[in-house]
Design a protein around this ligand. Sequence first.
Ligand code: MOS
Length: 696
Amino acid sequence: MNRVLGTSVNRKDGLAKVTGQATYTTEHQLSGLVQGYLITATIANGRIRAITTQAAERAPGVLAVVTHQNMPKVFTPANDFRNSKLHEARLPLSDDQIHYAGQIVALVVANTLEQAREAAQLVAIEYEAQPPLVDPQRASYQELPDITFSQGNGADQSGISLEATYTTAKELHAAMEPHAIIAHWQGDSLTVYEGSQWVMLHQRTYAELFGIPSEKVRLVTPYIGGAFGSKCFPWSYSVLCAAVARQMNRPLKLVVTRRQLTTNTGHRAATEQTLRLAAMPDGKLITIDHTVKTYTSPSDRFIVDCTATTPVMYAAPNLRLQQELSVLNVATPTYMRAPSENPGMWALESAMDELAWKLNLDPVYLRLKNETTTHQRTGLPFSSKHLADCLWVGAERFGWRDRPKQPRHLARDGQLVGWGMAAATFPAMRGNTTVKVRLLPDDTVHILTSGNDMGTGAYTMVAMTAAEALGVPIENIQVELGDSRFPDGGLAGGSQMTASLAPAVLKACQEVLKAAKCSTATHACAALKQSGRAAFEATASSAPSEDAQKWAFQSWGAHFCEVRVDEELGRVRVTRWVSVMDIGRVINAKAAASQVRGSVIMGIGEALMEECQLDPESGCPVVYDLATYHYPSHADIPRIDVTFVGKPDLTFNPLGVRGVGEVGITGVAAAVANAIYHATGKRFRQLPITPDKLMG
Ligand code: MOS
């Protein structure tokens, strides 16, 4: 064995990316390509009374103007996550109704982007506007019975309780690579170049939309410049582009502009959560009561399940979970890095801190005291749980024991300093995947699967797993991902790509050696040369075992941080950060730490700056690009110390790996708010904690 697993390996795709060799969606060169430009609604509720396109149609270079009046027919997909799935269920341009500001109302196609954009200004739209409902406080709510859960009789027995309401803001994914598509029809075959976290489902969805077999659709997405959950399925712009490209019989490119990304490619929905905790004076929890309000758009039903992690964190004889949903004239929300777990942990980990202060207990101790060994909703025991190790090791590395036990007791250079901590968790999931491995006479090993790399490091993870299994240098392994012509590699989402793919890579490599009757690839290559054959090849699949039904799989972590607060300017600086994560076995220590750092940075943004506000009157976003949407830059972020427990979770899969894309963001915002409380004595329950709130 090479002992590759667990080491720090540079990205296989790193050089290609920094030298511009990696081909992103819009960089695929096709002859005869024409360009699209979207027109989006300037009202947030109502209908289109009239839309006048003649002037645009006569403009130079214009080939088509598509509105709800001449939208080509597409079929309604099953939208069931198995056969097909759209990010937004309402099909584009399906009628004259406007459900939110920024909704797509037309597509202009021209020979050049400039011509299409110019002509878009000539389309005149008359709206019949209704007052939009964008304020969650004014909305009416419906209970979500699937989320309702209750155990215990509700009797508290103790006087020490806490009730508080926490809110999170509407957040944008703000990926570096904007959403875009090139749709290319050749006869009744469609090739789609588009970022996709789930290549085969994406492929099947286009097949359903156009009533053609899946084999007639090819999806090409070798590189993705960030997705964070927003590139799982086709969006409305994708459906529209593919439909119009077919009608025109021309390859059509459509790039969603930064402004249009705000409303047409999802966001993290704002949430309001009320937590009531009750505990004995020694810290033993008696009650957790978590109630949630979230919204969806009129065009789809998306639910941010904020209570998802509440039953896995702390044992409570009385546990009550409840959620209500409203419908607002707001663009369709979607998954964003730990979509349910991140907002849920913000509220729970803030409330735990408040309770610790109330009980005069160390918040680390309070968490240890209330650990649960089972998932309280399903009753299943955790396969592997080292949350306590994360808390102990994190506290040690941070120096937590020296913490002043009073708020407003630390200062440096005339500014207040505070320390905070929070726990982290995210479920471990695993899907069905298939991988093909090919050993060639030139000593290279090729690995092919549709599963892909949205920037997380999947190319490197696959190569490392194969290098370990075959006993060859990682440089000899070539990995090809993100093409529906390859075997089904499953979903790059829910932090499951590594856990799903690595076992299939391992198995396929072992089968190649078996086929070659050799113990290492070096021997196999010699055997290959003597055999006169072109390649030894194997395809293998991996799926969760039935045994898995008996366990709850979950990753864990702890964050510790220091903030410096300038009360006069209302400015918070995060000056120190320690994260310890239990993610099972770590495959690439460098990439895994990088995932946690990225998560912490994103969480600091959520805590202190990120918010997409809407104008309360018009319902239009007043934040719409990378300048108006504030998120952290290098100067906002300290060195982030990341370590892993590293104990393999072999009940979960043969390699014992669980995945690391999302667990690192959970708890981050709470750790920051908890540190701000320690610094200032002021509790902030509304994100983001911006200067106006700090000074208010
Ligand atoms: Mo993720 S939010 O499952 O990409």
